[in-house]
Design a protein around this ligand. Sequence first.
Ligand code: SDX
Length: 390
Amino acid sequence: ETGNFTYDPGFTATASCRSAITYIDGDNGVLLYRGYPIEQLAKHSNFLEVSYLLMHGELPDAKQFSDFEHEVTHHTMIHEALKSFLQGFRHDAHPMAMLAGVISSLSGFYHDGLDIEDPAQRRLAAIRLLAKMPTIAAAAYRYSIGWPMRYPRNNLEYVDRFLHMMFEVPSEPLELPPVAAKALDLLFILHADHEQNASTSTVRLVGSTGANPYACVAAGITALWGPAHGGANEAVLKMLEEIGRPEDVAKAVARAKDKDDSFRLMGFGHRVYKNFDPRATIIRETCHQVLKDLNVDDPLLEVAMRLEEAALKDEYFVQRKLYPNVDFYSGIIYKALGIPTEMFTVMFAIARTAGWVSHWLEQQNDPENKIGRPRQIYTGADSRDYPAKG
Ligand code: SDX
């Protein structure tokens, strides 16, 4: 029993850890960040304030927010030597490979002096990761298209700063419609944390060995990359492009039900939500507004809407409680903002860094709350002797 939340013994036995950060009720489509409903945070907050909330447990007052914003802003630069790490990749390497590699290499820049026994240094490491992730993500993108890296500008807010690092060119100032930063900030809020998803559990498992936070978050990035997890947003766009036309939706739904066909509807289903994903509901509404405000008429939106409509009426999906998840519509918004498909999961990683570092801090602050060493059910051979050489 903790507050209003009770768990049956079976659930408690399988839980990997205790956490006060995020609560999900998969049957009722509830998602709370430190007790605040995602719908209210989406409407009233911003990504940096939500990051503070996830890390510290309470919403900041005006001074706390201003101090936090100043700290994050003044840690956005990366060591100049890190740029050469990017040059070690082929230019067409997947940006998730570059992100995982460069974040892991931060261990070589900041870890040596890091005493993770010191709470102040743990918090500084978390701030560094939150601050540098967008800089490294944008630098990876610019490297992949042969553009020079753009340094972070301290006079911009978190999301605006990222968009400028992504798209600004030396020859002319970047003009972006306000809806772009607003939509991206909302997507970052919705992707910031999600309890013990595969990548967050990975961060906590690596953290339980005492590895440094940069190594932990690099492990989280690689776990997020998979198409069953954060890689789904990239896979959704590829699936919608493969379907191509609204009139071909029925064929895709039939394929997704065919056991002999490995085709699945990416962006549908969830390990926990066996009802609607509250984030998908929010993103769906925003998607229409963003495309309207940006005056973008993307035929893939029509394909997505027809696919959602068809799946929600189909017995196979209804019976298996397969609803659109957070990844189903996000890619359409990213595409409308000019973000290339291969950067979609990188966007997810930028946002989820807030959750990863918050879970790492929570774990490090409570030595008893470490994910233990997972056990297994052994299905191999009985004990047997090595055959005598004859
Ligand atoms: C994220 O954990 C998190 O919180 C993750 C996340 C976060 O914020 O961190 O929410 C982000 O990762 C969202 C999920 C993104 N992934 C996708 O959209 C990929 C497509 N979805 C599937 O791979 C699948 O639904 C999972 C992996 C997401 C969930 O798997 P489940 O709930 O364990 O479902 P399952 O694999 O056990 O399948 C149950 C049945 C099976 O059929 P039967 O064996 O009962 O006949 O449903 C079928 C599956 O074949 N099924 C699908 C399907 N997903 C499940 N059939 C068609 N299309 C799908 N997408």
